[in-house]
Write a protein that binds this ligand. Structure first.
Ligand SMILES: Nc1ncnc2c1ncn2[C@@H]1O[C@H](COP(=O)(O)OP(=O)(O)OP(=O)(O)O)[C@@H](O)[C@H]1O
Ligand SMILES: [Mg+2]
Length: 466
C-alpha cells in the first residue's frame, strides 16, 4: 500500500482526505513543515501532499528542504491562492504539481495515480545499481537478451578468441568490444580502435601495418601501424565490412601468421594482438556477393555476438532513459527529475531505428527544451518521427486460449476479418464502447481503458472521434 504524507495545519483537511483516500493508501499526518521533514525521513512516504500556507516554516521552504533530502519524492502542493508565482516557484523547486483548495477528489486521485506510477518508473524496484554514478561506457539493460550477452562477454573475455560483433547502428557494438577488452587478461595492455570505413583505401594499409621511412611519397618517417600499437592488447576493427578486398587479403595473412610487414619493409614483425571486429552489415551476404573474403570471414567469426535492436528489448528503455537523464541533466545543469508516464509510453512505442544512440540523442535534445521537472511528450517530439510498424499476419486457426475465452475468440475473428487493420479496428471499437459507457467523460473512459487521458485523446483524433 502506498504511503502518503499529508502536511496541512487544518484538521478538517486531514479528515476529508482520510475519508476519500484512506481505503486506497495509508495517510500519515503532519501539521507543520518541521514535522513534515521529520516524517519524510522517519516514514519514507511515496508521495507528499503539502499545504503552501503553514505556520512556521512555509510550504515552499518545506518543499525545498524535502527535495534536498529526497530529490525523487513527488510532492504535490495544495494552495488556496492560485497565483502563478506560487505555481512557478513550486514547479521550479521541483514540485510534481499543485492543486487548488478545496481539493477536487477526482483530480487528486488522477494525479496521485500518475505520480505514484511515476515513482515506480523513476526507481525501478530491485535495480542492481543506483542510477546515479553509472559511468559512461557501462553496458545497461535488464532484458534477457542483454543478460545473455553479459554472460557471453564474461565467458569469452578471458580467452584470446577473435570475436565478431554484429548489430544495427547504435546498438552498442563498440561498448561491447570495450567491455570484452576491459575484462580480458589484456586489460592492462593497449586498446586500439580503427574504423575501417573512415580511412581512405590508400592509407588503410599503412594505418594497419605501418610504414618505413620513404615507403611512399609523404612517408617522411617510420611509423608503426595499429597492429604494432595494439601488441599485448586488443585491436578493434570497426565496420570491418567496409575493408577493401586488397586489404582483406593482407589482414588475413597477418592473422594467420601472427606477424606483419610494414609498408616498404622487408622484415616480418611478430605481433601479439587480440582482434575484435564489428559490422552493421550482413557479412554473410557480403561473402555471397564476393565483396568479403569467405576465408577472412571464418577467421574473424570464431565467436559471433549479435546485438539485438532496441525495439526488440523495450524493457531496457526505462533504465537507459533514466541513466541518460541523470547524466545529461547534471552535465547541462538541469534539474529534470524524470519523465511523465505519457512520455515513457511514447518512448516504449517508438521503433528506434537508430537504437540506443538515437535514444541517447533524443534525451539530450529533450533536455534542451524541457522547462519543467519532468520530460513530456512535447519535449521528446517523437510523434513527428513515429512510423507505424507493419502488422504481422494473423496466426492460422484459433489458439488454445481463444477456445474458452469469448473475448480472445472475438479478437481472433477481428484478425481474420480485418487482416491488416485489425488492431486499429479493435482499438477504435474499445474506445467507442468506453466513451458510450461513461457518457463521453474522457477522464473516466481513459480510466476504464487503462490509458491516460492524453493517450485517449491522441487515439480519438486518429480514429476521427475528435
Ligand atoms: N547497452 C547500452 N548501455 C548503455 N549505453 C549504450 C548501450 N548500447 C549503446 N549505448 C550507447 O549508445 C551509443 C552508441 O553505442 P556504440 O557506439 O557502441 O554503437 P555501435 O553499435 O558501435 O554503433 P555504429 O554501428 O553506429 O558504430 C554510445 O553512446 C553508447 O554509449
Ligand atoms: Mg560503432
Amino acid at each position: 500500500m502506498h504511503k502518503i504524507l499529508l502536511v496541512d495545519d487544518e484538521r478538517n483537511v486531514h479528515y476529508s482526505l482520510q475519508r476519500a483516500l484512506g481505503q486506497a493508501c495509508r495517510i500519515i499526518s503532519a501539521f507543520t513543515g518541521e514535522e513534515a521533514l521529520h516524517q519524510v525521513e522517519a516514514e519514507l512516504p511515496h508521495l507528499v501532499l503539502l499545504d503552501v500556507k503553514l505556520p512556521g516554516m512555509g510550504g515552499l521552504d518545506a518543499l525545498q528542504r524535502i527535495k534536498a533530502v529526497a530529490p525523487t519524492l513527488p510532492v504535490i502542493l495544495l494552495t488556496a491562492y492560485g497565483t502563478t508565482d506560487t505555481a512557478i516557484t513550486a514547479m521550479k523547486l521541483g514540485a510534481y504539481d499543485y492543486l487548488l483548495k478545496p481539493v477536487d477528489m477526482t483530480t487528486l486521485k488522477g494525479l496521485l495515480g500518475k505520480a505514484l506510477q511515476l515513482q515506480e518508473v523513476t526507481e525501478p524496484p530491485g535495480m542492481p545499481l543506483g542510477v546515479e554514478g553509472v559511468e559512461p561506457g557501462i553496458l545497461l539493460g535488464r532484458s534477457p537478451a542483454m543478460q545473455d550477452l553479459y554472460k557471453m562477454i564474461g565467458r569469452v573475455a578471458p580467452t584470446d578468441m577473435t570475436v565478431l560483433i554484429s548489430g544495427e547502428s547504435g546498438t552498442g557494438k563498440e561498448l561491447v568490444a570495450r567491455a570484452i577488452h576491459r575484462h580480458s587478461l589484456r586489460a592492462e595492455g593497449p586498446w586500439v580502435a580503427l574504423n575501417c570505413a573512415a580511412i581512405p583505401e590508400l592509407l588503410l594499409e599503412s594505418e594497419l601495418f605501418g610504414h618505413e621511412k620513404g615507403a611512399f611519397t609523404g612517408a617522411a618517417d617510420r611509423k608503426p601501424g595499429c597492429f604494432e600499437e595494439a601488441s599485448g592488447g586488443t585491436l578493434f576493427l570497426d565496420e570491418i565490412g567496409e575493408l577493401p578486398l586488397t586489404v582483406q587479403a593482407k589482414l588475413l595473412r597477418s592473422l594467420q601468421e601472427k606477424e606483419i610487414r610494414r609498408l616498404g619493409g622487408r622484415k616480418a614483425i611478430a605481433v601479439d594482438v587480440r582482434i575484435i571486429a564489428a559490422t552493421n552489415k550482413m557479412l554473410e551476404a557480403a561473402v555471397g556477393r564476393q565483396e568479403f573474403r569467405e576465408d577472412l570471414y571464418y577467421r574473424l567469426n570464431v565467436l559471433h555476438l549479435h546485438l539485438p535492436p532496441l525495439r526488440t528489448r523495450q524493457e531496457d528503455i526505462p533504465v537507459l532513459v533514466h541513466v541518460f537523464l541523470r547524466r545529461y541533466s547534471q552535465e547541462m545543469g538541469r534539474s529534470v527529475r524524470g519523465l511523465s508516464p505519457e512520455a515513457l509510453e511514447q518512448l516504449l512505442a517508438y521503433p528506434w531505428p537508430g537504437n540506443v544512440r538515437e535514444l541517447e540523442n533524443t534525451v539530450q535534445h529533450a533536455l534542451l527544451t524541457c522547462g519543467g521537472a519532468l520530460l513530456t511528450p512535447e519535449d521528446l517530439r517523437l510523434e513527428e518521427q513515429s512510423r507505424l510498424c507493419d502488422a504481422s499476419t494473423a496466426p492460422p486457426g484459433p489458439s488454445p486460449l481463444a477456445r474458452d475465452n469469448p473475448l480472445e475468440a472475438g479478437l481472433e475473428h477481428a484478425l481474420a476479418v480485418h487482416a491488416g487493420d485489425a488492431y486499429s479496428r479493435v482499438e477504435e471499437h474499445l474506445i467507442r464502447q468506453a466513451l458510450a459507457c461513461t457518457r463521453h467523460n474522457q477522464v473516466q473512459a481513459a480510466q476504464l481503458l487503462g490509458i491516460t487521458r492524453h493517450v485517449l485523446r491522441h487515439r480519438m483524433k486518429q480514429c476521427g472521434l475528435l
